[in-house]
Design a protein around this ligand. Structure first.
Ligand code: NAD
Length: 472
């Protein structure tokens, strides 16, 4: 039996004193990967390696750092088949989706490789006898903790800007989906990332995740995951005055007005909640529809769900726990009196498949409209006016993403700017790219990944002032 091990200091590393975990392949229910479960001792080993490597990496010429990161991007693309196989084995997701995510991971490294050439600060014109400048400096060792839904992509999203800004990294993937992140660290080493700069420690959140957040040599944590875990990390960070980026959950709304292209809006609304079987933080899981088109749009949405076929275009729930959680929400929906329009059942298969599910007769105070289900479940809520639509969209603890579909360009801008979310899409859903900053508002988190802005979250700004003595 081969055991997936940590990647520490440029090599595959067994656990100091841990156990292993045998996974379950979500697509078939068969036995999955055997993964080492580390402890605080493994975290200490990795953090010390990262700390020892930080000066060398920081002071390498920026052009060289950029070249190395560009080679990581090339290495990811070259290993596409291997990485896709790892992601599909761990998550069961459709091949095309896995490959798109892996290409996205390569894009992060390519993009941030190019940004190493940005100026590292400014000169401030203050007084003739002072030369004042700012210098953007790396923070040191960054902890990167990621969930199981888009494993490689999320690891790359945080690691690429962290490394480009001159930091070293200790990453911890979810214990259910560890393979691709370990492969990424190996690819980075093969591409010339010096030993100790990119480390991966495997294991559970309560042991390995917590140990990363608590480690005194870790200077920042980038966390992607659920709100309760984000809160727990936040409590430790408060004691340590540790900066965080928190990429948490969502219950995002798509608003469709009666002048929208109805067929396109329906297909986008379904793409919004069924992609990756709804296991995406930015899923559009509330569909707010202007009352006059509710019947037609609901019909078109139900029709469009047929494109998501289990085992083909629709993957399984990535864990058994998530599979059971979604089924519990079916009971909640029934108790709350929602009207089931399609789905509402598991698929008769060996894997953890759930049918795309649509409810109408929903009000925004129901649990199924307020809580992140993280499965392919959509609730449809009617509205009459633009003000009511915006109020409903914003009546949520979360604020990750929003969508508006309308032919009225002024209304599109008005509504987009009124939605309380980190990103809003007009007449499309989730047209994300590496250049576009991404992050949360309200309980969806804070800090930004992606874009040039992410670099600011992986560095701190130092001001240096130099007195210029008068001439003699
Ligand atoms: P989770 O919070 O349970 O786990 C995420 C990671 O944190 C895992 O690696 C886990 O092992 C680790 N962890 C768990 N407890 C920990 C602790 N006490 N200390 C440190 N680390 C700990 O989340 P999940 O269920 O794996 O992922 C689903 C959640 O992630 C959803 O809420 C989803 O919306 C969110 N998410 C957000 C984004 C975003 O960019 N905003 C992207 C993807 C997923």
């Amino acid at each position: 039996m081969s055991v997936l091990e940590h990647w520490i200091d440029g090599r595959s590393t067994p656990t100091v004193d841990g156990t292993t975990r045998v996974g379950t392949a979500p697509a078939t229910g068969a036995e999955g990967a055997t993964v080492t479960l580390g402890t605080a001792a493994d975290v200490d080993h990795a953090v010390r390696a990262a700390d020892a490597a930080k000066h060398g990496w920081r002071h390498i010429a920026s052009t060289e750092r950029g070249r190395i990161l560009a080679r990581v991007a090339d290495g990811i693309v070259a290993a596409m088949d291997e990485l896709a196989a790892a992601e599909i084995a761990d998550t069961g997701k459709p091949d095309a989706l896995a490959r798109a995510e892996i290409q996205g991971a390569a894009d992060y490294f390519e993009f941030y490789a190019s940004l190493v050439h940005l100026p590292a600060g400014d000169v401030l014109d203050i007084r003739p006898d002072l030369h004042v400048y700012t210098l953007r400096e790396p923070l040191g060792v960054i902890g990167v903790i990621t969930p199981w839904n888009l494993p490689l992509n999320q690891a790359a999203r945080a690691c690429a800007p962290a490394l480009a800004a001159g930091n070293t990294v200790v990453a911890k993937p979810a214990e259910t989906t560890s393979r691709a992140t370990v492969a990424l660290a190996r690819i980075a080493t093969e591409a010339g990332v010096p030993d100790g700069v990119f480390n991966v420690v495997l294991g559970r959140g309560a042991e390995v995740g917590t140990a990363i957040v608590r480690h005194p040599l870790v200077r920042k944590v980038a966390f992607t995951g659920s709100v309760p875990t984000g809160q727990e990390i936040g409590r430790i960070a408060a004691e340590r005055i540790l900066p965080l980026t928190l990429e948490l959950g969502g219950k995002s709304a798509n608003i469709v007005f009666d002048d929208a292209d109805l067929a396109f809006a329906a297909s986008e609304a379904v793409r919004a909640f069924a992609t990756n079987a709804g296991q995406v933080c930015s899923s559009g899981t509330r569909l707010l529809v202007q009352r006059g088109i509710e019947t037609d749009l609901t019909r078109a949405v139900i029709e469009a769900t047929r494109q998501y076929r289990p085992g083909d275009t629709l993957g399984p729930m990535i864990t058994r726990g998530q599979y059971e959680t979604v089924q519990e929400y079916f009971e909640v929906a029934e108790q709350e009196g929602a009207v089931l329009r399609t789905g509402g059942a598991v698929v008769d298969a060996d894997g953890f498949y759930i049918e795309p599910t649509v409810y109408s007769g929903v009000t925004n105070d129901m649990r199924i409209a307020r809580e992140e289900i993280f499965g392919p479940v959509l609730v449809i809520i009617p509205f009459d006016t633009e003000e009511e639509a915006v109020a409903l969209a914003n009546d949520s603890d979360f604020g990750l993403v929003g969508g508006v579909f309308t032919a009225d360009i002024s209304r599109a801008f008005r509504v987009a700017e009124a939605i309380e979310a980190g990103q809003v899409y007009i007449n499309s859903w989730s047209t994300q790219s590496v250049q576009m900053p991404f992050g949360g508002h309200k309980a969806s988190g804070y800090g930004r990944e992606k874009g040039i802005e992410a670099l600011a979250h992986y560095s701190h700004l130092k001001s240096i002032s130099v007195r210029i003595a008068p001439g003699r």
